[in-house]
Design a protein around this ligand. Structure first.
Ligand SMILES: [Zn+2]
Ligand SMILES: [Zn+2]
Length: 333
C-alpha cells in the first residue's frame, strides 16, 4: 500500500514525509483493518514532524481517519466488513490504571496516540483495536467526517472544560480547524462568541459562522469574555487571552505544544481575581461518542480543503503558514 512515512524530525519546509510502498498492516486479535478514504491534517502532526512531540520512527502520521472495515482479527466482533468507521487520536489506553477506571483514559500513562506511537491514517490501510473505532453518522461524507474526529471532538472537550454557562461570552483565539467547529457548537448552544485571529479570511469565516465580534489577536473586544479557548501555537497568546478574561473566568489551552515559550506574566494583572488556566490533554472515547451524534444533530458543517495523499507535506506547510480555511483533509483513493 501507499503511505506517507516520517523517518526523522525535520522542519516541514524540507518535506520530510516520504510517499512509500509499505506492507498492508495485519489486524491482531481484536483489531479491525480499515481501508482509509479520508484523513484529516492536524497541527499535532506538525509537532511530531518538527520534534515538539516524540513519535516512534518510522511512523505513518494521521489521527482523523475515516474508512471502511475490510478485515477482522480473530476476536473482533463489534463491526462487520463494510461498516464505515472513524479512528481518532486515542489509539489505546491501559484500561486498568486509576485514570482509566475513572473515565480519564486521556491521562493514562500508557496512552498511545494514533499516528504517533502507532501508525495512523496517512495511508491506504490502517489497523486499530475495535474498541477504539467509532461509527460515523450517515449525514457526513468521509471528507466532512474526518475533521470531526480530532478538531471537532477535542474542540468539544475544550468547550466542555471551559465551564461556560448560559448567558456568558466565549472567546476563541486562533480560528483553524478546531475553532471553526467549536463556534458552531457554541452558537447552537446559545453563547455569544468573540473570535481573535490574525487572518482576515479566518475572520470572514468566523463572521459567516455567527461570531458576534471578530478582531486581531491583540484587539480589545467590546466586553471581557467569561471563558476562552486558545488554539494558537504561540506562547504569547496566553497573557493576551488572560488580559481580556473576566474575573473568575477560565482559559483553556487546546494545544499539546507551544512553538515558543510563554512569556513571564504579571500575576496581579493577569491571573489574580480567581482566573483559571486549564490545559487539555488528549481525548477519551466518551468525548468522541458524545460528540459525533451531537455534530449530526446540530448539524456541524465542516469547511474542508481537500488534498491528495501525495500532497501531505504541502497541506502541512499551508497549515503552518495559517493558509488553510477550515480543515485540511487528505482524500485517499
Ligand atoms: Zn489532532
Ligand atoms: Zn490507564
Amino acid at each position: 500500500m501507499k503511505a506517507q512515512v516520517l523517518k526523522k524530525i525535520a522542519p516541514i519546509e524540507r518535506q520530510p514525509l516520504e510517499l512509500m510502498e509499505v506492507p498492508i498492516p495485519q489486524p491482531r486479535r481484536n483489531d479491525i483493518l480499515v481501508k482509509v478514504s479520508a484523513c484529516g491534517v492536524c497541527h499535532t502532526e506538525l509537532d511530531e514532524i518538527e520534534g515538539r512531540l516524540q513519535p516512534k520512527f518510522p511512523v505513518i502520521p494521521g489521527h482523523q481517519v475515516v474508512g471502511v472495515v475490510v478485515g477482522l482479527g480473530a476476536g473482533a466482533t463489534r463491526f462487520k466488513i463494510g461498516d464505515r468507521v472513524g479512528i481518532a487520536w486515542i489509539y489505546s489506553a491501559c484500561g486498568k490504571c486509576h485514570f482509566c477506571k475513572e473515565g480519564n483514559e486521556n491521562l493514562c500513562s500508557e496512552f498511545q496516540g494514533t499516528g504517533c506511537q502507532a501508525d495512523g491514517g496517512y495511508a491506504e490501510y490502517t489497523v486499530v483495536s475495535e474498541r477504539f473505532a467509532y461509527p460515523i453518522p450517515g449525514r457526513f461524507t468521509d471528507v466532512q467526517a474526518a475533521p470531526l474526529l480530532c478538531a471537532g471532538a477535542i474542540g468539544f472537550r475544550d468547550l466542555c472544560l471551559s465551564g461556560i454557562k448560559p448567558g456568558q461570552i466565549l472567546g476563541l483565539f486562533g480560528f483553524g480547524a478546531s475553532a471553526h467547529i467549536v463556534i458552531q457548537i457554541a452558537k447552537y448552544q446559545g453563547y455569544q462568541v468573540f473570535v481573535f485571529t490574525r487572518g482576515e479570511e479566518h475572520r470572514r469565516l468566523a463572521k459567516d459562522l455567527g461570531a458576534d465580534w471578530t478582531g486581531d489577536l491583540k484587539d480589545k473586544p467590546p466586553q471581557k469574555v467569561n471563558c476562552a479557548v486558545d488554539f494558537t501555537p504561540m506562547g504569547e497568546t496566553i497573557p493576551t487571552a488572560l488580559s481580556i478574561l473576566e474575573k473568575g473566568g477560565r482559559l483553556v489551552i487546546a494545544v499539546i505544544r507551544k512553538r515558543n515559550p510563554v512569556p513571564p506574566m504579571d500575576y496581579a494583572q493577569l491571573l489574580w481575581d480567581e482566573k483559571e488556566i486549564k490545559s487539555v490533554a488528549n481525548i477519551t472515547r466518551k468525548d468522541i461518542e458524545d460528540f459525533l451524534p451531537l455534530a449530526a444533530k446540530i448539524p456541524i458543517v465542516p469547511e474542508v480543503q481537500k488534498f491528495g495523499l501525495e500532497q501531505a507535506n504541502e497541506a502541512l506547510l499551508l497549515l503552518k503558514q495559517v493558509k488553510i480555511q477550515g480543515a485540511a483533509v487528505l482524500k485517499i483513493q
